[in-house]
Write a protein that binds this ligand. Structure first.
Ligand code: ASP
Length: 316
């Protein structure tokens, strides 16, 4: 019985030129810690769903990633987060958008899937549900990060928004300098069940109510045992328009493409044609996996029961 865990910590202009040794060590530690947590669950016979939640929770708790604690600031100077999870064994899914003060948005997404009777909750409704379910909250200070705050202060009076880390302004278009810090995980457990999850703070200075691809089932997150589990990261608007995650699944289901061929069609061709920069991680129910991105790099990691481990940032 083989099992596999794949994670990402965002994609973008990640090159050796913009990373120093200390940052490389920081990201290596952050990704390895998340792999440890998730893999431990798979190794002990746990489900892909639990492994995905454990890995993403670890990334959400690490402020270097734009999710949970490290979420970026919106136009109003708040941290509004999106997350989704999907269970490929039964096509159950849970998602939340625009939530504040939730310590681990991925856990709330899982609660929505398991206990709300719905798939997608947003804003105040999601907050009320979180309260009722006893989901752990955190004060505004918990989410405060000086670097991300300064990025926001620089552009808060403009109409521009930006995708994590970088101070270059965007107006709905990609910029070669930016990186995305969203986190995600996909896993295949020993039973051959697969799951996917994604969690993000979205984009610095994003408009009130803006929702990206990450929490939208079929766009940023999707899982189906028959095909694949996918978690995306990148400029959310083109990813929404290309319905990326479900498109990969459809190419496998209806056209019989392999995991790698399907991800390449969507990420390297379809997305490129509409200016969608970013990438995705993928796994199928046999434990085959793929990292696919059209940006310079993607923070990523993989560990499987064949003893293989990958932690990487840059393109080939
Ligand atoms: N896809 C995310 C969004 O548009 C951003 C990211 O991947 O960092 O909200």
């Amino acid at each position: 019985m083989s099992f596999t865990l794949v994670i990402h910590g965002g994609a973008g202009n990640i090159t050796p030129a913009i990373m120093n040794a200390e940052q490389e060590a920081q990201y290596t530690r952050g990704l390895t810690e998340a792999l440890d947590k998730g893999y431990h669950i798979l190794q002990n016979g746990g489900t892909s769903l639990d492994a995905v939640v454990a890995a993403i929770t670890t990334l959400e708790d690490n402020p270097i990633f734009n999710a949970g604690r490290g979420a970026v600031f919106t136009k109003k100077g708040l941290n509004e987060m999106d997350a989704a999870i999907m269970d490929g064994s039964n096509l159950m899914a849970g998602a939340i958008a625009g939530v504040r003060n939730i310590k681990n948005p991925i856990k709330l997404a899982r609660e929505v899937m398991l206990r709300s009777g719905h798939v997608f909750l947003s804003g105040e409704g999601a907050a009320e549900f979180a309260l009722n379910q006893g989901i752990e909250m955190a004060p505004d200070e918990y989410f405060f990060n000086r670097q991300r705050y300064d990025q926001w202060v620089e552009i808060r009076d403009s109409d521009y928004y930006q995708l994590d880390h970088k101070a270059d302004n965007l107006k709905g278009q990609t910029d070669p300098e930016y990186k995305f810090g969203t986190v995600g995980a996909v896993a295949c457990d020993a039973e051959g069940n697969i799951a996917a999850g994604t969690s993000t703070g979205g984009m610095t200075n994003k408009r009130y109510g803006r929702i990206g691809d990450s929490p939208v089932i079929g766009a940023g997150t999707y899982a189906n045992n028959k095909t694949c589990a996918i978690s995306c990261t990148g400029h959310g608007e083109p990813f929404l328009r290309a319905v990326v995650a479900h498109d990969v699944s459809c190419l496998m289901e209806y056209k019989g493409l392999s995991l790698q061929d399907a991800t390449a069609v969507v990420v390297k061709d379809k997305l490129v044609k509409i200016g969608g920069e970013g990438g995705l991680i993928a796994v199928d129910a046999k434990g085959n996996y793929d990292f696919c991105f059209n940006s310079a790099g993607m923070y990523r990691g993989m560990r499987n029961s064949d003893g293989k481990e990958v932690v990487a940032f840059y393109g080939e």
